[in-house]
Ligand binder design. Structure first.
Ligand code: N7H
Length: 470
């Protein structure tokens, strides 16, 4: 096994990069305003006068993190970020000389829907028409965030039309009164495993290739244009002003919580165990690879222990999916050392994304039943320097692809076809997902459905204040 290189720590231009990209806006609630630009010159004025002064860049968040690490409390803090579709960018700047503009960003999420097995027929209307940009507004409460979003929408009302609006909110207590903060609607802790970023994530003295145990430190150019990529050279920006911007994927993913829970119970009397096997982590976040028979909430909540594992290496090697199915959500979406090629880990790491989503919708009410579930789920957001190599690769080539991971066998040496990721895998026409466990094959209807999607570019401070506002 090749030893991983210790990456140089480049000085990152944090004051240039929008805050949600590398660090993540601090969010207990988040409003998304999706807009169409109706008056370009007026929008440029609004961008400069009303929006830009509110945009939160990464330097501010890095200061907040330092303040928190030193024992300080976070002030009530509202954050705002802004990103544009290809159509929106094209209204504000000349894209004609762009070299190597991201092909999926150019095409747009609706054009890519078929390739990802998204059924655009069930998308909300706002994602099917003209869409030029999105404003992300984050804060401590849904009310304060909503008020702020109303104010922003009003400030740009003469230059835009709001075509869709979403509201996300972290969960706090489930219907049984249990603390579920930081957990998504199926009940699992989210936001645990993120890639480390050279220049930002402090390297561990014990292993400078990692930040927290198990968190490999990767090249910042995987996420932000113009920063060093895996070959050490700056990742090219299609136009000079796109330097220090990042591509953002948005997906509104509806989750059928009751149907998922019913499925787990029908398939296994130990439904918690089956759920953990299909996700790859217990609800607390404790990884199957480290505790395979019961949840361990202390481990789940401990960043020193909750991400420190591989799938093939000792001490917990699982070459025949006895502990964690190959198709478990976290094994499919980040296969770590599972790809049976000499550079398998490098390949897995070249498709990393920075996730920054938030749940939406209320807790399940007693009046709901299977077939009559209210709309709730995840407003999925991720950032990358390439959508085809980032989000789309994970969704299409790994989670939707029953043949991935390839080249693995059961304990008798027979080849295994792992099947779909039952959590987010998508099959054309909404057909059942199929997952191969060692003891049986599962067939499951979709529990997660895409209700809309859009691809954006989150520009740098220089671009927002210069070319795009001029
Ligand atoms: Fe996933 N879930 O609750 O089951 N995800 N995800 N995801 N996801 C992760 O490590 C979930 C979605 C990734 O580094 C955890 O933070 C749900 C999409 C990646 O080991 C849990 C939805 C895509 C990772 C969930 C959803 C991904 C990851 C474990 C939709 C990209 C990190 C907690 C409703 C295509 C893997 C954690 C790693 C982790 C869930 C969506 C990708 C619990 C419910 C669309 C890369």
């Amino acid at each position: 096994m090749a030893t991983k290189p210790v990456l140089a720590q480049p000085a990152l231009p944090l004051a240039e990069i929008q805050g949600d990209v590398l660090i993540g806006l601090k969010k207990r609630a988040e409003a998304f305003l999706f807009f169409e630009i109706t008056d370009v010159s007026r929008f440029k004025q609004d961008l400069k006068g009303a929006l830009l002064p509110l945009v939160t860049f990464s330097d501010v968040l890095a200061d907040l993190e330092r303040h928190k690490a030193a024992g300080g409390t976070l002030p009530p803090f509202l954050g705002l970020n802004l990103a544009f579709t290809k159509a929106g960018l094209g209204k504000l700047a000349d894209l004609s000389g762009a070299q190597g503009l991201d092909a999926s960003f150019s095409a747009g999420a609706a054009q890519q829907a078929d390739a990802l097995n998204d059924d655009i027929g069930v998308w909300d209307q706002g994602y099917r028409g003209n869409l030029d940009g999105v404003i992300l507004i984050t804060g401590l409460t849904q009310a304060s965030t909503g008020d702020q979003a109303d104010g922003v929408a009003s400030a740009i009302r003469h230059s835009t039309r709001i075509v869709a609006r979403e509201t996300g909110r972290v969960r706090s207590r489930d219907p049984g009164g249990q603390d579920v903060s930081g957990h998504e609607h199926f009940g699992f802790a989210d936001g645990i495993s993120q890639p480390g970023v050279a220049g930002l994530t402090p390297p561990s003295p014990a292993d400078p290739t990692q930040g927290l145990p198990g968190q490999d430190i990767l090249s910042p150019g995987l996420f932000v244009l113009g920063l060093p990529g895996p070959d050490g050279k700056p990742v090219g920006a299609p136009l000079p002003w796109m330097t220090h911007g990042s591509y953002m994927v948005f997906r509104k993913l509806e989750q059928k919580v009751l149907a998922f829970e019913r499925f787990l119970k029908d398939e296994d009397p130990n439904s918690d165990l089956l759920g953990a096997r299909l996700v790859g982590r217990w609800k607390s976040g404790a990884p199957m690879m480290k505790t395979s028979t019961a949840d361990d909430p202390a481990m789940g909540g401990d960043p020193q222990r909750n991400n420190d594992f591989d799938f093939q290496k000792a001490p917990n090697a699982d070459p025949h999916q006895k502990t964690c199915p190959f198709a478990a959500h976290i094994r499919k979406s980040y296969p770590r050392d599972d790809i049976p090629l000499p550079n398998g880990e490098e390949i897995a790491e070249s498709h990393r994304i920075l996730r920054a989503g938030i749940p939406f919708g209320d807790e399940v009410a007693a009046t709901e039943g299977i077939g009559s579930e209210a709309s709730r789920g995840l407003l999925f957001v991720c950032y990358q320097a390439s959508i085809p190599e980032g989000f789309e690769f994970i969704q299409q080539s790994w989670c939707n692809n029953p043949g991935f991971v390839f080249g693995r066998t059961d304990s008798a040496g027979n080849p295994v076809d792992p099947g779909h990721d039952i959590v987010i895998g998508q099959v054309a026409g909404g057909a059942n997902r199929t997952t191969t466990l060692p003891e049986k094959t599962l067939q499951a209807p979709p529990f997660v459905t895409s209700k809309g999607a859009a691809y954006f570019f989150a520009p740098s401070r220089t671009a927002l204040s210069g070319v795009l506002a001029a």
